[in-house]
Design a protein around this ligand. Structure first.
Ligand SMILES: [Fe+2]
Length: 268
């Protein structure tokens, strides 16, 4: 296959293909800070907490479980998600944290998910789990990638896991053996082969959502905060998540814009 990508593009493409994910330092720290700031402001407003100094943001997020009751968590999460998605600059800043890598790995004409998801995992909380799954198995297009942004340092059980491509190949070959069981049983069978994503605030994860992934109960002493949002090439095939409903073009090029509007002149 002909490939005119430059050396750097080829090397990160290879890494993404081999590992199923990439972690990179966001080249737009301002945007990342903006995302965190809006969350902090809304936590304080919704939970009636005193606004901390910038140096204490980490403390507030990591110790969030000490400041609220578990029964209020879902309500708080929904209120914060609504606030993020009402903020006109939020999605743009989310995109800007990862623009470079998206252009290199996905393309420069992108569709972005309309709503950004927020995950808050309190220690020992069993109610906010995302069992093992591949997004494709539930109808997503394999052309989508996920940009996953942690707001705190994530490690061990305070993070997500992903089954690397070489291990997935073995599962794929013998899929019947796994697929008949519950996702919990499935996870038990692949547990020792998954990669736990160690990532800090300031870094961003891009991963291949077709690979099995998920999380388990957070057994660390800190709360996990992370966001996720899907991106895909505008003109690539869509799955259940459609353009106009779930996705929206964000970087359409002028040639495409003109082509979409073009009408053949009438000859009669
Ligand atoms: Fe997923």
């Amino acid at each position: 296959m002909i490939d005119f990508k430059d050396k750097q593009e080829l090397s990160i493409s290879e890494e993404f293909k081999k590992n199923g994910y990439l972690i990179f330092k966001s080249n737009n720290v301002e945007s990342l800070e903006y995302l965190r700031q809006v969350i902090i402001d809304n936590i304080c407003k919704i939970c009636h907490l005193k606004k901390p100094r910038r140096n204490d943001y980490n403390e507030l997020l990591n110790n969030f479980h000490k400041k609220i009751k578990l029964k209020d968590l879902n309500n708080i999460r929904l209120k914060i998600i609504n606030a993020l998605n009402k903020d006109k600059e939020y999605r743009k800043n989310y995109f800007l944290t990862s623009k470079k890598i998206l252009y290199e790995l996905v393309g420069n004409e992108l569709s972005m998910q309309n709503r950004i998801n927020l995950s808050i995992q309190l220690p020992k909380d069993k109610s906010s789990l995302l069992p093992l799954h591949s997004d494709i198995w539930s109808g997503d297009s394999p052309f989508e990638v996920v940009i996953w942004i942690p707001l705190v340092d994530c490690y061990n059980t305070k993070t997500m896991y992903l089954l690397p491509p070489k291990n997935y190949k073995k599962v794929e070959k013998n899929f019947k053996k796994y697929s008949g069981n519950s996702s919990e049983d499935f996870f038990k069978k692949i547990k020792k082969n998954v990669k736990w994503i160690k990532i800090n605030f300031g870094e961003v994860l891009i991963f291949n959502q077709s690979l099995p992934h998920g999380n388990i109960v957070n057994n660390e002493k800190e709360t996990r905060w992370s966001m996720n949002c899907r991106f895909k090439s505008v003109f690539s095939p869509y799955g259940d998540k459609k353009i106009g409903e779930f996705f929206e073009p964000i970087t359409l090029r002028v040639a495409s814009e003109l082509a979409i509007k073009y009408k053949l002149p009438k000859i009669k």
